[in-house]
Design a protein around this ligand. Structure first.
Ligand code: M6R
Length: 610
């Protein structure tokens, strides 16, 4: 989604802004722009469609100087991908604005502004922010007051930075629904939509809260809450590695992140389990008492995180004896639902900023859930701050749009949660021991499974000319099949559907022919014989299958079936282990097809708009 960077300093800020934009590139965007203002009042603005490098190449000595500036990468929501629609947007050659989010009432605002004599020059909703602030400047007495008054008129979501060409001494920022973080320097300050953008210049951050408006000068940051009252927001020292955004010698972030999985899963387990069980207090202060009362879990998430939630449901019901529903956030938030007694609302998110998941959490608070827990990868995120309890997955920065290590660390977290809830709800000692021993072996099983990469790379050749594919799994491997299909479609653009294989005969069998590869996830579990019958149904109709199977499952390669043997592992961790070959398969297929693996078309890393 869109990215924002702003800076106010004594030095020229252009490189800080461009580097910030580069560090946000992974989030997905289609155009970029920068506006610079010098202490002597000189102003320049450059916008380009395409990559940040296109923008950087268009900046020279004449237009590349400013002591204060705002910059933006745009992911089009209102209006096509054109230079004219790229941010910053300007009102009356004075007020420049960058914005993330959507101003939902922009049509009504446009009419109001036109009646006041403003000409509407772009197709964007953002332009209305610039004109509204400009129109209120004369009567408000200051830029800060103009922005405070302007935001009262906006419906929807915004993270915005406003610059006044007549005043190079301040930037005004406002946040509602879209994250903004202020970076503190010495004699200089910064602003961004994601702290990642500012890591080269500072480690000290202030996270704005909903409704906050702030005035940022070189030496001071003054924050006002939604009621206009001055407020203090804490300063957080970031411990994120400055190099978290490097590819570390890998060709793509996605591949790097796939290979980081043994390490990040190990980190996620460190200090959380011991030989006899869970270390107490791992879900946070007071969490053990709350979790002891849980009788039902409602999981809310989107995309890959939703697939993690679907897997968790199998575990929670099978091992922990706790009933569980799972729902896509964008559905949950717009329908009437019933809250079960002693119900825990569990959100899952890599970014912690997914607009639908956040909205669902806020709705759930009104609905009367007993408590909320988020399983999340970003400590400073809105979901973590707004949930009663947070469990950090510790996957480290995930840059590739296709989620990989975030997913396997989420699943690891759910095995821990299964034990935590199971212990209070009659989980058998054998099941607890099985999950625990699976977790202890997990990092090395992941390492072992990644050695399949070469044979999967060879297999991927067979997919390069395919347009459609089917993924099959049963039980807790069904969501893994769904995740495999999502990975393949998002980075290789091959249409991929996942089915619980028992469902094949109810329709999808009609699709089977030699042009439709069928990928089967087949660990050696109690559903294996059922799955084998489904495989025969496909074979009988001339389907070509690619089977990821336990050696003991006794699948043999032949002219209709390629078998890749996955290291033997216990039932609890099998969904995590079987995810890896599917990640590798989609990576190598995308590589062969030559798509943009890390930034697939039309997608964004963090979906902060509805
Ligand atoms: O940050 P979140 O986990 O909330 O994101 C949810 C989805 O947008 C995300 O998982 C998406 O489906 C990924 N691109 C999948 O690889």
């Amino acid at each position: 989604m869109c990215g924002i960077v702003g800076a106010i300093a004594e030095r020229n800020v252009v490189e800080i802004l461009l580097e910030g934009l580069r560090r946000l590139e992974y989030r997905g965007y289609d155009s970029a722009g920068v506006a610079l203002l010098s202490n002597n009042g000189d102003y320049s603005q450059v916008r380009r469609t395409g990559k940040v490098n296109e923008l950087a190449n268009a900046i020279d000595a004449k237009n590349g100087m400013g002591n204060v500036g705002i910059a933006h990468t745009r992911w089009a929501t209102h209006g096509g991908v054109t230079e004219n629609n790229a941010h910053p947007h300007v009102s009356k050659d004075r007020i420049s604005v960058v914005h993330n989010g959507i101003i939902e009432n922009y049509q009504a605002l446009r009419e109001e502004l036109k009646a006041q004599g403003y000409s509407i020059d772009t197709d964007t909703d953002t332009e209305t922010i610039a004109h509204t602030v400009h129109s209120l400047l004369a009567t408000s007495g200051s830029l800060l007051a103009a922005v405070q008054n302007a935001v009262k008129k906006f419906h929807g979501a915004y993270g915005t930075v406003v610059m006044d060409r007549e005043d190079p001494s301040r930037l005004i920022v406002a946040r509602s629904g879209s994250p903004l973080v202020i970076g503190l320097g010495i004699g200089e300050n910064f602003i961004a939509s994601d702290q990642m953008a500012l890591l080269p210049v500072t480690r000290r951050f202030i996270y704005l809260e909903e409704g906050d408006v702030a005035e940022i000068t070189r030496r001071e940051v003054k924050i006002y809450d939604a009621y206009g009252q001055p407020v203090e927001r804490g300063v957080v020292e970031s411990n994120i590695n400055h190099d978290a955004g490097d590819k570390g010698g890998y060709r793509h972030y996605m591949l790097k992140e796939i290979y980081e999985q043994p390490t990040v899963v190990r980190n996620g387990l460190q200090g959380r389990i011991n030989d006899s069980g869970l270390v107490s207090g791992i879900f946070g202060e007071g969490a053990d008492e709350l979790l002891a009362k849980v009788k039902h879990v409602q999981i809310i998430a989107c995309g890959t995180s939703y697939h993690a939630g679907m897997t968790a449901r199998y575990w929670l019901e099978q091992y922990a004896n706790v009933s569980c529903n799972v729902e896509i956030a964008s559905e949950f938030r717009y329908r009437k639902s019933v809250v079960h007694p002693n119900s825990l609302l569990l959100t899952i998110s890599q970014s912690g900023e997914t607009a639908d998941t956040l909205a669902a959490l806020r709705l759930a608070k009104e609905l009367g859930y007993m408590a909320s827990l988020t399983v999340c990868n970003v400590e400073s995120s809105s979901l973590v701050r707004e949930s009663d309890m947070a469990f950090m997955t510790k996957a480290g920065a995930e840059i590739g749009v296709a989620s990989t290590k975030a997913f396997t660390t989420q699943l690891t977290a759910f095995l821990l949660l299964t034990i935590a809830l199971g212990e209070k709800n009659g989980m058998s000692a054998a099941d607890k021991e099985m999950i625990l021993s699976g977790l202890h072996s997990l990092p090395s099983k992941i390492e072992e499974t990644l050695t399949l990469a070469k044979s999967i790379e060879v297999l991927a050749e067979e997919f390069s000319d395919k347009n459609h594919s089917l993924f099959l799994g049963r039980g807790e491997q069904y969501p893994i099949a769904m995740e495999g299909a999502l990975k393949l479609k998002e980075i290789s653009y091959i249409h991929a559907e996942a089915y619980a294989s028992g469902e094949l005969k109810h329709g999808p069998l009609a699709l089977i022919d030699e042009k439709m590869p069928v990928i089967v996830v087949a660990p050696n579990n109690e559903l294996l014989e059922k799955l084998k019958s489904n495989v025969e149904e496909v074979r009988a109709r001339g389907g070509i299958m690619y089977v990821f199977a336990d050696k003991n499952a006794n699948f043999k390669s032949d002219e209709t079936m390629r078998v890749i043997n996955v290291p033997n592992c216990n039932e609890a961790i099998a969904p995590i282990v079987y995810t890896l070959p599917l990640q590798l398969l989609s990576y190598y297929v995308a590589l062969i097809k030559g798509t943009d693996v890390d930034q697939p078309r039309n997608l964004a890393k963090s979906v902060t708009v509805e």
